[in-house]
Design a protein around this ligand. Structure first.
Ligand SMILES: Cc1cc2nc3c(=O)[nH]c(=O)nc-3n(C[C@H](O)[C@H](O)[C@H](O)COP(=O)(O)OP(=O)(O)OC[C@H]3O[C@@H](n4cnc5c(N)ncnc54)[C@H](O)[C@@H]3O)c2cc1C
Ligand SMILES: Cc1cc2nc3c(=O)[nH]c(=O)nc-3n(C[C@H](O)[C@H](O)[C@H](O)COP(=O)(O)O)c2cc1C
Length: 579
């Protein structure tokens, strides 16, 4: 079978020779290519024409790319950084903080730490034990180690890039030498990360020897990416919650036919959203932008028209010369008070100015994709991906606010229309190949478990499965009730426990079920169970962690419970997908 081999244009041949070689080598089998390379080397050696060996290089400098990730951005950047570092002559390796031991950092050579922040200024969960050890009294001195930190975050969070900031400060405090200023990157981190790592590696790289770097990486085959998404047709669209439920949750089925996209249950689908046309019109009106269609199209698809950041307030004050706004932006307490619950439209209406479209858009953040746990298995649904979408709508500062992407899917798209999508793999949240699994989730947190159960149903093998599912009311928002009950009847689901928080005077959540069922949970863990947690990060995940620590600590102190939970995480037996 012929393969496409792209000989680099820098190869020491004329362009037509490169084309001819490509044609011959491309059609050659593995055996033919091995023979050819051996033949040419042997021929030159026999004729004494072998290329002079490169001068003996010294040992390559050590470089550790240490990352902390929740949803894979830092991990992907780390992999790319390691590859680039190797090409530049480093002995580079990549390590998840979740698998790292703080004591080994002293021998790391140079560390590039790529660190994201989660929760409210917290480290990603797998990295949490390492983070605590790094901050603790037993952390080693790091004199002689060099380091630089790339922090990932989202500037709409008050604790922007907090974990990266803390790692950066702590490495310096332990005596390591900072070789580059930390960079704090927002959701549009790609270009900034590339420039920062290129510059850093270039500067630190050992002097180049006569090594020719040939990149044998396979070309990326999936053409669908965040910046080149696939236009997927919506094949089914319906509300899962009843009219009497407090919130609205939708089931959306998308066709991936023709995209070449593949996913595993546990992965997320990225949606490239569009702003609400009513909001675009209101923003244009408030800023006196007129009705230029190109500008309106940009406002719809390219810019975040909601999030206020301190920087935006400062920049808008500078653009407009508004002294009152400048004073407000400079006062931490007043600025925080203004920003609470407000968005761009409030800024434009409270401090009205006519501005040029391009000057306004230059201040705005790019519109970021949103992620949704895939609620299906391709083994059962083929070229489709199903999503479970909670519609975000709330009141603040006297207005109704609508979530950009969730209302696009809930309100502004119907079956037959389309959405722009790409797949975001989540290799840490996959169905364990064997042993019991305990799936804990609330609300839309059930979505990946629908994918897990479809996968298990399609495999047809008996598995020990247990779902602990929380929602408000049994009658109004038990998502996928019929399917779940069918799986229970068929034995695909071994046990189901429900926590309907509002069906009795006392609130009852998934952590209460876990506590009541602690004997059973310990039994499952003794049998090697993997626990999964999906859904709300702020409240549910914290409360479930605290309950698991109580259960695992067997009534001992909090430190014992924490250590037991850390050990479970480190063993890959407690996996979270919380947002
Ligand atoms: C890995 C991952 C998987 C996910 N899976 C799912 C899923 O399966 N299903 C799902 O529905 N979502 C899921 N999400 C969340 C989803 O990505 C979006 O964040 C969510 O749909 C909101 O996006 P939006 O554009 O509609 O809202 P946005 O326009 O982004 O607005 C959301 C923001 O509004 C504010 N806000 C929201 N509610 C309130 C309130 N009551 N009071 C005050 N402020 C509020 C908050 O600042 C919030 O960040 C997942 C997220 C991640 C990271
Ligand atoms: C639930 C959630 C909480 C987050 N909390 C913060 C935060 O407190 N501070 C911050 O700067 N970024 C926060 N972020 C943004 C992430 O750090 C950002 O998306 C980053 O690119 C994720 O990188 P990762 O995929 O490597 O985990 C949060 C994101 C989510 C979804």
């Amino acid at each position: 079978m012929s393969k496409t081999i792209a000989l680099p244009q820098s190869a020491p041949f004329a362009p037509e020779q490169i084309a001819a070689l490509d044609q011959v080598i491309g059609a050659a089998s593995v055996v033919q290519r091995a023979w050819l390379s051996g033949f040419l080397a042997g021929l030159d050696a026999a004729e004494g024409k072998a290329a002079a060996p490169a001068p003996a290089a010294g040992p390559k400098p050590k470089l550790l790319v240490l990352y902390a990730t929740e949803s894979g951005n830092a991990e992907a950047l780390a992999a790319k950084t390691r590859q680039d570092a190797q090409k530049r002559g480093f002995a580079a390796r990549v390590l998840d903080m979740g698998d790292a031991d703080v004591q080994t950092l002293k021998d790391a050579g140079t560390i590039i730490a790529i660190v994201s922040t989660w929760g409210d200024g917290e480290p990603p969960q797998r990295a949490a034990p390492f983070f605590r050890a790094l901050m603790g009294d037993a952390a080693p001195r790091l004199d002689g180690v060099k380091f630089a930190v790339l922090a990932l975050g989202d500037s709409s969070y008050a604790q922007f890039c907090e974990t990266g900031k803390q790692v950066d400060a702590r490495l310096a405090a332990l005596g390591a030498e900072r070789v580059a200023e930390r960079i704090d990157l927002d959701l549009d981190y790609e270009a900034g990360a590339k420039t920062w790592t290129d510059e850093l590696l270039e500067r630190l790289a050992p002097a180049a020897g006569s090594v020719i770097h040939v990149d044998f990486q396979k070309p990326v085959t999936s053409a669908v990416t965040k910046s080149a998404p696939f236009t997927a047709e919506i094949t089914a669209h319906g509300k899962l919650t009843s009219e009497r439920a407090q919130g609205e949750t939708y089931h959306v089925e998308l066709s991936l036919a023709g995209s070449g996209l593949a996913y595993e249950p546990g992965d997320a689908l990225g949606i490239v959203p569009e702003n609400d046309p009513a909001l675009v019109a209101a923003i244009a009106r408030a800023a006196g932008l007129g009705d230029d269609p190109a500008l309106h199209a940009d406002l719809s698809t390219r810019y975040d028209l909601n999030t206020l950041t301190p920087k935006l307030l400062h920049d808008f004050a500078a653009l407009t010369g508004d002294k009152a706004l400048a004073a407000l932006a400079a006062d931490d307490a007043k600025r925080a008070e203004f920003m609470a619950g407000r968005q761009l439209i409030d800024l434009l209406e409270t401090f009205p100015h006519q501005v040029e479209g391009q000057k306004l858009t230059a201040l705005l953040r790019p519109l970021a994709p949103r992620y949704y746990s895939i609620a299906s298995s391709q083994k059962l649904v083929g070229e489709e991906a199903h999503l479970t979408v909670a519609r975000v709508a709330y009141q603040s500062a006297g207005r109704e606010r609508l979530g950009v992407s969730s209302t696009l899917m809930a309100d502004r798209r119907r079956a037959g229309e389309s959405l722009k999508v790409f797949v975001k793999p989540n290799p840490h949240f996959r169905v364990a190949a064997s042993g019991p699994i305990v799936m804990i989730g609330a609300g839309t947190g059930v979505a990946p478990y629908r994918g897990f159960l479809q996968e298990i149903e399609a495999a047809g093998a008996a598995r020990d499965t247990w779902l602990v599912f929380g929602f408000r009311n049994f009658l109004y928002d038990f998502l996928y009730q019929l399917e779940i009950q069918d799986w229970l009847k068929a034995g695909v689901l071994g046990r189901l426990d429900l926590a309907a928080s509002r069906d009795q005077p006392e609130k009852r959540y998934v952590q209460h079920v876990l506590w009541e069922q602690r004997a059973r949970l310990r039994e499952k863990l003794d049998a090697g169970a993997v626990l999964y947690l999906c859904g709300d990060a702020k409240h549910m995940a914290r409360d479930v962690d605290a309950t698991l620590m109580r259960i695992l600590g067997n009534g001992e102190d909090a430190v014992t419970g924490q250590a037991a939970l850390d050990a479970l995480v480190a063993a890959g037996r407690y996996r979270k997908d919380v947002y």
